[in-house]
Design a protein around this ligand. Structure first.
Ligand SMILES: Nc1ncnc2c1ncn2[C@@H]1O[C@H](COP(=O)(O)OP(=O)(O)OP(=O)(O)O)[C@@H](O)[C@H]1O
Ligand SMILES: [Mg+2]
Length: 237
């Protein structure tokens, strides 16, 4: 069986792509041979790995665009830059098995995410290939109006809204040490780890199934129709 390629992508900068990829790489390094594939000239992923102590679980570094596929790994986590061309977007999606879109719950970010998800669906041929795709709210403060709007918006796209990750210094401390929150004192990160559980479950299930119809994807905690608010943006068809 070939490696499962997880792509964490959003055309907006600073939404947590590298934070999610490094933490996913940290998590999957305990499950099987794992590599982080950094496509970004900023090389946050490569630098994170350079800070990683050799006594930690091994995570290999693969240089983005030069990578042509290998059977050496079970998990390959892909960290692309913010703005990618349509051609690169198509190519990244073609290389991936699962797609995760981190979104910050702010009005600007939600609007940008709407455009980006539309591009993903059109240029990445997401609906045709039925690649599992899910959205994660990052640095989220739940019980805010904008958070509810983000939820409604994702409902309108019929995309699973998997989990919300809080703003936490733990991510910053982990990044500084070249580790993920899964490698920190469990007492300190208990709340964060809990927030990751739905995402890890979704990845494991989606990776097993391989393909799942976009419309049938549901996430734990997804509000029922009656509770939905008026969508902030029109749905993408
Ligand atoms: N949940 C979080 N809690 C606290 N800080 C966070 C969280 N998520 C991300 N950050 C911080 O926000 C900054 C941007 O995050 P990150 O580098 O992961 O974003 P990115 O989408 O990869 O950015 P770029 O587009 O520049 O590659 C980093 O300093 C990171 O440590
Ligand atoms: Mg980054």
């Amino acid at each position: 069986m070939g490696a499962k390629h997880i792509l964490v992508i959003n055309s907006k900068g600073g939404v947590g792509k590298s934070t999610l990829t490094s933490n996913l790489a940290s998590y999957f390094s305990f499950k099987g041979r794992t590599a982080l594939c950094d496509f970004d000239r900023q090389m946050s992923g490569v630098r994170w790995l350079e800070r990683r102590d050799s006594s930690r679980r091994k995570i290999d570094s693969i240089t983005g665009w030069e990578y042509r596929g290998t059977d050496d790994y079970e998990w390959i986590i892909m960290d692309p830059p913010a703005a990618v061309t349509r051609k690169d977007l198509t190519s990244l999606i073609a290389r991936s098995d699962l797609i995760i879109v981190p979104v910050l719950p702010s009005p600007i970010d939600i609007h940008a995410a709407a455009d980006f998800i539309r591009d993903l669906i059109v240029y990445g041929r997401i609906r045709t290939t039925q690649k599992p795709i899910a959205v994660v709210a990052n640095r989220a403060r739940t019980n805010t109006v904008i958070y509810d709007q983000l939820k409604s918006f994702l409902q309108s796209l019929k995309l699973p809204f998997i989990t919300s990750l809080r703003d936490s210094q733990n991510y910053i401390h982990a990044s500084a040490q070249g580790i993920g929150i899964f490698e920190m004192d469990p007492m300190m990160v208990a709340r964060d780890i809990e927030q990751w559980q739905p995402l890890l479950r979704w990845i494991n299930e989606a990776a097993e199934i391989g393909r799942m119809p976009l419309m049938d994807q549901t996430a734990p905690g997804t509000p029922t129709k009656s509770k939905q608010q008026k969508p902030l943006l029109r749905a993408v068809n």
